[in-house]
Design a protein around this ligand. Structure first.
Ligand code: 6XA
Ligand code: ZN
Length: 328
């Protein structure tokens, strides 16, 4: 369940999304569908705070210990002027302490889903490291809103950030992360903001009017060592291919100029015209064009699934990027 427009409603980020995308990968005969291998949480703790990662599997047991069922959801946060240096003991306090919104909620199976999603990202990364031109990590839940020590927006572990760091730890000198989800990848930006070894490029709905609101403006270019290695393209409601592709072209040029060893794509297809929670106007025919342009970068590429909630078309659109890439 999620809190949306003043009501607690069934979440848009639901299991059917992954099933539909998988079915489309199969019907398009895109390549072998491989199971993920189990990984320990060491790679997660390279980009997230250890206490945050250790908290995630504890949420549901702590919630249940209060005699509760339903959906575990935060409702109180350490905002400006309050204490964020003292970690509460109660589950309601901890949920607020480790989140930026009420959008990363738990039911009994959530930790298991988070862990699987993480395993999928790392397993796919290993394929690219082993020499595959590309792999697609069909992650669910998504990850790009998860920061160093916070969850939010359906995201718990930042799968793309974990994979980017994993490539670095495996010897890649430079990694680029291109986030084309409709929403700004605030977690990804935060994680790498002061680093020059991971370039982060984000195209998204303008945070003046769109979630996640408090990050993603054009003047956020990185800090310290990371100055010049973060690029945001906030775009207005109603943006269709013409405007989107212009920003995308600029973002791709930034990636090419950086000359990374490997490219990660945070692949959200909530840029689609019929997405129920988004305001861009891409059409299904645009997604293969995106894939073809990414292919032209000529980089080993790991696609990591993020958002996209128009379930009738989520498979066609996500896989459209991949088939476009294969042609390109
Ligand atoms: C606010 C909307 C969450 C958007 C999640 C998403 N409840 N992020 O798709 O990319
Ligand atoms: Zn999104």
């Amino acid at each position: 369940m999620e809190l949306i427009s003043g009501a607690i409603m069934p979440g848009f980020e639901k299991p059917a999304r992954a099933e539909i995308i998988k079915a489309r990968v199969e019907s398009e005969k895109l390549g072998p569908i491989l199971p993920s291998a189990e990984h320990d949480l060491g790679a997660a703790k390279r980009v997230h705070a250890e206490d945050f990662i250790d908290f995630l599997p504890a949420v549901w047991p702590m919630w249940a210990a209060e005699g509760r069922s339903g959906t575990a959801m935060p409702f109180s946060w350490p905002t400006r002027g309050l204490r964020d240096d003292v970690r509460p003991r109660h589950i309601d306090g901890l949920l607020g302490f480790y989140s930026f919104d009420a959008g990363a909620n738990f039911v009994a199976g959530t930790w298991s889903a988070i862990k699987s999603s993480y395993d999928v990202a790392l397993s796919a990364a290993e394929l690219v490291k082993a020499g595959e031109r590309a792999a697609f990590a069909l992650c669910r839940p998504p990850g790009h809103h998860a920061g160093r020590a916070f969850m939010g927006g359906y995201c718990f572990i930042n799968n793309a950030a974990v994979a980017a760091q994993w490539f670095r730890d495996q010897g890649a000198a430079k990694v680029a992360l291109l986030d084309i989800d409709y929403h700004h990848g605030n977690g990804t930006q935060q994680i790498f903001y002061e680093r020059s070894d991971v370039l982060v490029v984000n195209l998204h709905g303008d945070p003046m009017v769109e979630y996640p609101f408090f990050l993603g403006h054009a003047d956020e270019n990185g800090a310290g060592e990371g100055e010049g290695f973060n690029h945001n393209y906030p775009l207005p409601f109603g943006t269709a291919w013409e405007g989107w592709s212009e920003a995308f072209e600029d973002g791709c040029a930034k990636v090419a100029a950086y000359a990374p060893d490997v490219l990660l794509v945070s692949l959200g297809v909530d840029t689609f015209e019929k997405d129920p929670i988004s305001q861009f106007k891409l059409v299904s025919g645009d997604y293969p064009k995106i894939g073809r342009r990414i292919a032209k970068l000529g980089l080993p590429t790991l696609f990591v699934m993020e958002g996209g909630y128009a379930v009738d078309e989520v498979g066609v659109n996500a896989v459209g990027v991949l088939t476009g890439f294969e042609e390109g």
